[in-house]
Ligand binder design. Structure first.
Ligand code: ATP
Ligand code: MG
Length: 580
């Protein structure tokens, strides 16, 4: 410890939002350089290497071969797949001295596709899986929580290449199994959920989420085994309901009903026998969609008044377009949209592109009756029947999902929890191979387009996630095998004999291949105890006062258990405890 390049801090960093961030900085594992950009100090780097080793072993075990691409990449391949545009502001772009456009790679599908195209030409060369552990760059809108969402981060990304769909399925399954082994070894509680493929394109995709309260992702599970990121949950619209007995729609004055609550109260005053609830109202939410090329298109979404539009579900659904709030200026440009009183009758896209598109929640099916905006300030329309009085342009499922909602596959009520996305596996199919012309000759001598998968693990994010899910109120608490050192030995108390004995034990353990951190500083026992808890090695050994009675104390960081062991057998006992 007297030589180690580390300074522990007694104060939390000002920008720390989550425990892992706080402890990794305070324990001297990482240092912030700029928002979302961190340096790795010796202790942090040791954990990062431990994670990388596990990932590498499991990738090698499925026959994937390691390569490494540069982070600095030319524009052209990303132009060919349209991702130069689609990535929008998330891409770090730069110019060289000859005014060439470059980017810092956010992910490498294009580069791997081109490399295989360069070197391979026959079905006999496939299947092939390649991977790298490499630094990625994304100019995240909200870098947060230290390593959890960085702008520079370490990812393991792999790519599979097959001639046909069955081959892709096999490669995908092999990666899925490798991921299960990786995340089992990393030791956190995780779930595998259905996911959306977003800007990546392709069809099937699943995410591995570490279950954690501070996670940014929300996922749902049902008793029957359904599991999905909320972004990927999609209900099919229900069957039409009969509406023969529905009265004609009628417009009513509804003063001071700016909120759904006040509207429902007013409606019940007006029609005392109706027993209206918020679910009888149709709330029309207007947003502006901005395409990667800057084109702005308004969209109105109709949801039952007892639900909000879930912004993250909407954003995921609209990718690569972004969703922006509808401004005063926007309202001025669309006079048919009466703020607070937008109703279906003013909506609907036209063939010629005029009009405002109107998509509704799957609960809004033909025959359902609604109280909704009448497109006049202070007025609502009642008994407006979907399919009779208005026809939406289609359905969109972006309403918030609630605890107890039924699973879309009928497998029971959903429960919600939060998680951190640790890995994501995609069946890309032929999107990249098509765009970049990756073909091989098949067994009949015909040119066929290769089908691909892409598979990511957040390696630096894993360091934070492990810290996040294992730390306590005293500091870090690494699992064995991931900790920078297996054991920390504390020489506490004055006297050359104590330090000599501590050093002797440390050397003996080191000779047995155990990684030992010896706290040989001239600091008080209190400081050493606090630092040992902060740094979070799985075990520590106190060589101090007990030495006079011939004992040292062995401590378990996780359980807090302490036991005295005779100094003569200490090395054997410590070795057994830390490697068992
Ligand atoms: P997110 O939804 O968290 O932004 P993503 O879906 O954009 O992630 P992928 O493109 O699937 O991420 O990348 C593969 C893996 O890389 C993710 O599963 C995650 O573990 C990790 N990762 C992605 N973005 C970041 C980041 N900004 N910082 C750290 N790790 C990241
Ligand atoms: Mg992802």
């Amino acid at each position: 410890m007297s030589q180690l390049f580390v300074r522990t801090l007694r104060e939390d960093p000002a920008d720390a939002e989550v425990p892992s961030h706080r402890w990794l900085v305070r324990a001297g594992y990482i240092r912030r350089v700029a928002p979302g950009i961190y340096s790795w100090l010796p202790l942090g780097l040791a954990v990062l290497h431990n994670v990388e080793r596990i990932v590498r072993e499991e990738m090698d075990a499925i026959g994937a071969q390691e390569v490494r691409f540069p982070a600095l990449l030319p524009r052209e391949p990303y132009e060919a797949t349209n991702r130069w545009t689609e990535y929008g502001d998330n891409l770090f772009r730069l110019h060289d001295r000859r005014d060439g456009d470059y980017l810092l790679g956010p992910t490498h599908e294009e580069m791997f596709t081109l490399l295989v195209k360069d070197l391979y030409s026959s079905y006999k060369d496939l299947p092939l899986s390649l991977y790298q552990i490499q630094t990625k760059y994304r100019d995240e809108a909200r870098p947060r929580a230290g390593l959890l969402r960085g702008r520079e981060f370490v990812m393991k990304d792999s790519y599979s290449f097959d001639v046909d769909d069955e081959g892709l399925q096999r490669s995908y399954d092999r990666h899925r199994e490798a991921y299960i082994r990786i995340f089992d070894r990393l030791g956190f509680d995780y779930v595998i959920v259905q996911a959306t493929s977003g800007a990546m394109g392709g069809s099937a995709s699943e995410e591995f989420l570490a279950v954690a309260e501070n996670g940014e992702d929300t996922f749902v599970r049902s008793p029957g085994g359904y599991a999905a990121n909320v972004e990927a949950v999609s209900f099919a619209p229900g069957e039409p309901v009969p509406f023969d007995d529905a009265p004609a729609a009628h417009v009513e004055d509804t003063p001071d009903t700016a909120t759904i609550e006040s509207l429902v109260a007013f409606a019940n005053q007006l029609f005392p026998n109706a027993a209206y609830t918020a679910a009888d109202t149709l709330k029309n939410v207007v947003v502006m969609l901005v395409a990667p090329d800057g084109t702005r298109t308004p969209l109105v979404i109709g949801v039952p008044g007892d639900r909000e539009v879930d912004e993250k579900r909407l954003a995921a659904m609209m990718e690569p377009a972004t969703v922006e709030a509808f401004t005063d200026e926007d309202f001025a440009g669309y006079p048919q949209l009466v703020r607070g009183y937008i109703g279906p009758e003013a909506l609907g896209g036209n063939e010629d592109g005029s009009g405002v598109s109107y998509l509704v929640d799957p609960r809004v099916v033909e025959g359902t009756r609604w109280i909704t905006g009448a497109n006049t300030p202070g007025k609502h329309v009642f008994d407006l029947v979907c399919g009779r009085d208005f026809t939406p342009d289609g359905h969109i499922d972006v309403a918030e999902i609630r605890e107890g909602d039924p699973a879309p596959d009928g497998s029971g009520p959903l429960t919600l929890a939060r998680g951190i996305e640790m890995g994501h596996i995609f069946q890309l199919g032929r999107k990249y191979a098509d765009a970049l012309g990756l073909k091989v000759l098949d067994s009949n001598g015909k040119q066929v387009t290769v089908t691909m998968g892409s598979y990511g693990v957040g390696v630096s994010r894993a360091v934070a996630t492990i810290a996040e899910t294992t730390c306590d109120d005293k500091g870090l608490c690494w699992p064995r095998g991931l900790a920078p050192y297996a054991v920390q030995i504390l020489a506490t108390g004055k006297g050359d004999e104590i330090l000599a004995k501590a050093t002797e034990i440390a050397e003996a353990l080191t000779r047995r291949g155990i990684r030992v951190l010896l706290d040989d500083r001239k600091a008080s026992p209190g400081v050493k105890f606090a630092d040992a808890e902060l740094l979070g090695m799985p075990a520590s050994v106190v060589v101090g006062r007990g030495l006079a009675q011939g004992v040292v104390e062995l401590r378990d960081r996780r359980t807090g258990d302490r036991r005295e062991v005779p100094v003569e057998t200490a090395v054997d006992e410590i070795a057994a405890a830390v490697s068992g």
